[in-house]
Design a protein around this ligand. Sequence first.
Ligand SMILES: Cc1ncc(COP(=O)(O)O)c(C=O)c1O
Length: 394
Amino acid sequence: MVGSERRYQVFLEARSREGLRRTLNDVVARNARIVSVGGRSYVNLTSNDYLALRFHKALIRRAAEWAEAYGVGSGASRLVTGNLDLFAPIEAKVAKLKNKPAALIMASGFQTNAAVLQALFDRSVLGAEPLVFTDRLNHASMHFGCQAADLRELRYRHCDVKHLGELLSQYGEHDRPKYILTESVFSMDGDVAPLGEIAELARAHRATLIVDDAHATGILGEEGRGLSGDADIAIGTFSKALGSFGGYVACSETARDYLVNRCSGLIYSTALPPPVLGAIDAALDLVPSMDAERAQVANLAQRFRDGAGAIGLGTGASTTQIVPVILGSPEAALGMSARLRGAGFWAVAIRPPTVATGTARLRVAFTAAHDGSDVDRLLDALAEEDLPRQASAM
Ligand SMILES: Cc1ncc(COP(=O)(O)O)c(C=O)c1O
């Protein structure tokens, strides 16, 4: 074994000892509600497909039609010959949904954050290293974008406007461009950033507000616009409530033009393929009219929070379709995950480093494919003490 392989092995063994080793499970999914793993079916509590659009006939039909008509690949990056004429109308729909002058779509939400943030924070263009104020619990892809820009994030306590205000004042005299970077709905907590107050601070300190609206677009806000209305720049993904794949940034025309010229993740990556564009396009047509599904999901999540509270389980500050059941140790989370598997529910244990030490949890996500009886049976299973144990993990 060469030296580097040995080191990887040591890393994996340490992860195993700490109860933090990840494995990939083979999953069969034929609809938005059920997953089969190891030949057994479970109600899926892990999906970000909040509107159950992944199997929606309209998305499947348009993906198939566009594959048939335009092929399964785009053949090149957008700056070469991959910028199929399918992009412009879709980007107009994204800009309209997000209420911004322009939009640009690229490969994935992760790639969008990684590459767009790197480009926006480019000190060689800005003339100085920008001051970037970030929520401590921001998604890994946002940290990645900051790291790629080689800057030191100025992290404020999670959703703590007072702390953000103090940091902004502390750095007030600096004549460097300022940005505030936050998620709207936090992916592991299901809580919502105080975006109105953050936007006020951004205005007062002449900072640009960038909001990752990944877990709100489609499922929250009027007509599913998400919660990024106050942001100067909204980033997000089509892989969650919109059911398929791909990332977007909604911004000014100037910022869009700049990104076309500077964003490596757009410039050096093959354009999204036509079937994916078809699915995105169909989802954008459907989302504004899906109020009934949005209300259903919100009601299910509230019913679950109420029930979990009644049996003494902590769900943190969740107010959305994402409801964590915070259990503390990795072992406790793995044990609860196993218990739920025994009862026919698939809910993975989320452990450090994805979440802070001492806050390992189950992350339960409700979708329009669930119903009230799923919630009630889930609560019964959580309340039950001695169902069979079988580890499942992420
Ligand atoms: C807040 C947030 N931003 C970005 C992403 C990445 O999006 P994608 O899965 O499309 O790469 C995720 C989830 O994976 C997320 O939770």
